[in-house]
Design a protein around this ligand. Sequence first.
Ligand SMILES: [Zn+2]
Ligand SMILES: [Zn+2]
Length: 271
Amino acid sequence: MIIGDYHTHTAFCDGENSPEEMLLSAIDKGLEYYGFSSHSHLAYDESWNMSHDSQKQYVAEVMSLKDKYKDRIRVLLGTEFDLLSDNDLTPFDYIIGSCHSLLMDGEYISVDHSEAVFVDCCNRFYGGDAYAFADHYYKMMAKAADFDEITFYGHFDLVNKFNAGGKFFDETDPRYTTSMYKTLEALTKTGKPFELNTQHTFRHNPQEASKSARLWLSALYELGGRVVINSDAHTAQRIGYNFDRAFSFLKECGFKSFLVLTEKGFEEVSL
Ligand SMILES: [Zn+2]
Ligand SMILES: [Zn+2]
């Protein structure tokens, strides 16, 4: 049973469906809570995120849907905040802290745009050393700890999105895991949860990402960290994507429960 899904996108950013189409699908799937989390503004590439103006329209539209469907589902207004964004964070019920971009010598580096862009950035900024790219990514992700506004951390290991078959780096190599674990520890100390992003873990690069997720989620469990399950759906059909697998995956990593976000904050649910 899926109680809530809080990492979802609409046509206000890079999703395919309107907010109402997404919400109707969530109602159809029997969710109790649904969170909208359109991408926050990034000045260097506005093609996949909200402008300052469209954020205002997004907030107004979600608030009106919240009211329209209040008898059928609980709507939470969120945003997926990129650590390099410059948008107003005051209107939101919750904020996902994610890192999609890095900055070096005044130039922006995309982590997850496409494999071709990943390779190009790796060559131009890190001399072809993907371990250096991953290290920079985890150092940037660690900065999420500085943002009090963040509610939970999004796709913690996004840097492995294109690493199918370990073609760019070995995710068990200390050159990769050292900075990953350091950031994991630093973020866990804030007490904020991490998400298990089902699309990133089970769809984009299922074998490698699951291997990596098993490492950091098991470590997170040992550190006493907590987890929220989200789909990162960009289409109505993918809301709640592979949550059943997430439940068993979390149990295999040691977890006995996960978190659901409500209007009053997080509530623990047994697995
Ligand atoms: Zn993201
Ligand atoms: Zn997302």
